[in-house]
Design a protein. Structure first.
Length: 74
């Protein structure tokens, strides 16, 4: 697992995504392709994300909410 780096939270000038947001979206895309464009269970996505970056479930869910544009309430 990678250590946290302050650069992980800086938005990229090209599209405004942070490194952590990009990892979540990339993992989501990869898993959707593997599953034949079917929905990806959150637990499966989280397992894939933490292989690349140390992140809590809450942080991943907040990234998904921001990127998808829906409100999430625990």
């Amino acid at each position: 697992m990678h250590n946290r780096d302050s650069r992980d939270y800086l938005p990229d000038i090209r599209d405004g995504l942070t490194h952590r947001e990009r990892i979540v979206l990339w993992c989501l895309s990869e898993l959707q392709q593997e599953r034949g464009d079917r929905n990806v269970p959150t637990g499966m996505l989280y397992g894939s994300v933490v292989e690349h970056v140390d992140m809590s479930v809450d942080e991943m869910q907040s990234i998904l909410v921001r990127c998808i544009g829906h409100e999430w309430r625990p």
